[in-house]
Write a protein that binds this ligand. Structure first.
Ligand SMILES: Cc1cc2nc3c(=O)[nH]c(=O)nc-3n(C[C@H](O)[C@H](O)[C@H](O)COP(=O)(O)OP(=O)(O)OC[C@H]3O[C@@H](n4cnc5c(N)ncnc54)[C@H](O)[C@@H]3O)c2cc1C
Length: 467
């Protein structure tokens, strides 16, 4: 029995007669070039498939890039297959923290290396294409419809992968989906970076005010900066929000019910994850507009508060805000299997497991911010990737079939990335063998994944960390 499930209103497939003919046809089309989408495309193309990625922005990288999100919590221990390869690529690139030794990756490096992976693997990129529809025949998705400055375009594929995070492709095809806990999703947040922080001064203050819970991390950042170290990221999560509460009258846009969660991956800089807004639907454009305005005001208010009140921030500036409000949770497509919190708590094992979910629960709910505990490490059965009632399509990343709390663990980047490798491998096998993902021999898929060094079931300990 899964908790918090509620079916929401479905989209509707488009009428083919009203659309231009398909311009090109692929074995596999990956919808969304983000954390899960790019590895999905690489995995598919390496198995001989002709692959395209369709992406709404001018760069790949997804939330790792658009939310300037540097923390890949499980990557030091929980890496296999393509994720391990990607970790080594980042190390060789030589910019920013070293992910297999440290839990951080510089977001700009994700953008450029995802582009390199696409080019090196012969993946056709369609950037600046927004997915606005799906064409289905007898319950099978056969093509995706995009909108761009040039109007509508149609691209056909034997198998499609929904890697949009929000489940847009499956939504347009009429799939069942859930949204959060009875419609209430985790908070949206806008990350931002503050540059020119004097960490030596900040560390003196932090040392005196240990009640805010930053431990010795701020001092470690100061020491790192003094050494001129460029390849070490340091994260701390403090309760500076308790101080916010004392100053709300002078700083009315400070967020409430939050934490002060920061990473420093560049000298003199903090990447801050502290803004948040609740009770808005990230697939409703009016709600998104409200979120963008409120979260940007919060970011500048937090900076103003730090500049005025915390030693070391007097000469700081906001050097970057994320490209958009970060979405932790939206539509989750109901699959043949819905991975539940009970299964996560029990460390469930499945014969048809294709990956491990490795990071513990981290649900930024308004009523109960739940992070930690021992639950969340479990096998992920292949049925989670197959949208119920649809053929010719797989999900990957944040929209893979889980209940609300389980999704708070599965959405994490190392899980999302590795789910991409699963979906891409499955899609290529199905396309090349003339079958559908649902009818794939899962044993064959497991052998294919294992053969490229990928862990299809639990072998490693659970990973912690908020995000
Ligand atoms: C504020 C915040 C903090 C977080 N902190 C952490 C953390 O500390 N550690 C961690 O591991 N995870 C964290 N996460 C979660 C994690 O970053 C995401 O859940 C994960 O990256 C999702 O991967 P994905 O591939 O499913 O989606 P994404 O990476 O978002 O990729 C989806 C891609 O699809 C594209 N797309 C979407 N819709 C369309 C469309 N209609 N047409 C064309 N393209 C489309 C998008 O542009 C994007 O490139 C955080 C998330 C947020 C918002």
């Amino acid at each position: 029995m899964t908790t918090g499930l509620r079916l929401m209103q479905c989209g509707a497939p488009m009428r083919e007669a009203q659309l231009p003919p398909a311009e090109d046809s692929f074995d596999v089309i990956v919808c969304g070039g983000g954390t899960a989408g790019l590895p999905a495309a690489v995995a598919a193309t390496r198995r001989g498939a002709k692959v395209a990625i369709i992406e709404r922005y001018g760069f790949p990288g997804g939330n790792a890039a658009t939310s300037i999100m540097p923390c890949w919590h499980g990557i030091q221990t929980h890496h296999s297959g393509l994720l391990r390869e990607f970790g080594h690529m980042v190390e060789d690139f030589g910019v920013g923290p070293i992910p297999l030794k440290d839990k951080h990756i510089e977001p700009e490096v994700v953008k450029i290396l995802f582009l390199k992976l696409a080019a090196d693997n012969g993946i056709r990129l369609y950037l600046h294409h927004l997915i606005v529809g799906a064409i289905t025949r007898d319950g099978r998705i056969t093509a995706v419809v995009t909108e761009s400055k040039a109007g509508k375009r149609v691209f056909a594929a034997r198998v499609l992968i929904d890697a949009t995070g929000d489940g847009d492709l499956c939504f347009h095809a009429g799939a069942d989906f859930t949204k959060g806990d009875k419609g209430s999703v985790q908070a949206m947040s806008l990350r931002f970076r503050i540059g020119y922080v004097d960490f030596a001064r900040f560390a003196s203050y932090a040392g005196e005010r240990q009640e805010f819970g930053w431990g010795d991390k701020v001092r470690q950042i100061a020491e790192r900066d003094a050494r001129g170290e460029r390849r070490q990221g340091i994260m701390f999560s403090s309760r500076l929000d308790k101080l916010f509460d004392l100053h709300r009258d002078r700083y009315p846009d400070l967020p409430s019910n939050t934490y002060f969660n920061c990473s420093s991956i560049r000298p003199g800089e903090l990447s801050v994850n502290s803004t948040r807004i609740y009770n808005l639907d990230p697939t409703n454009p009016d709600h998104l507009t409200e979120a963008e305005v409120a979260l940007r005001r919060q970011a500048w208010e937090i900076w103003r508060f730090l500049r005025d009140n915390i030693p070391g921030f007097a000469d700081s500036v906001i050097t970057e805000t994320a490209a958009q409000a970060g979405v932790r949770e939206s539509r989750v497509i109901v699959g043949d299997h819905v991975l539940s919190v009970e299964e996560g708590m029990a460390g469930a094992q499945f014969g048809d497991s294709v990956q491990t979910c490795c990071v513990r629960f981290d649900s930024h709910d308004k009523a109960r911010y739940e992070t930690g505990g021992t639950g969340g490490l479990c096998d992920v059965p292949f049925g989670c990737f197959i949208p119920k009632g649809l053929e010719g399509v797989l999900t990957t990343g944040r929209c893979v079939s889980c209940d609300h709390l389980m999704n708070s663990a599965f959405r994490r980047m190392e899980n999302a990335f590795q789910s991409g490798e699963v979906a891409g491998t499955a899609a290529a096998l199905a396309a090349i063998n003339g079958t559908t993902p649902r009818n794939l021999d899962v044993g064959r898929l497991q052998r294919e994944l294992t053969g490229s060094g990928f862990n299809v079931r639990q072998t490693l300990p659970l990973v912690a960390g908020p995000g």
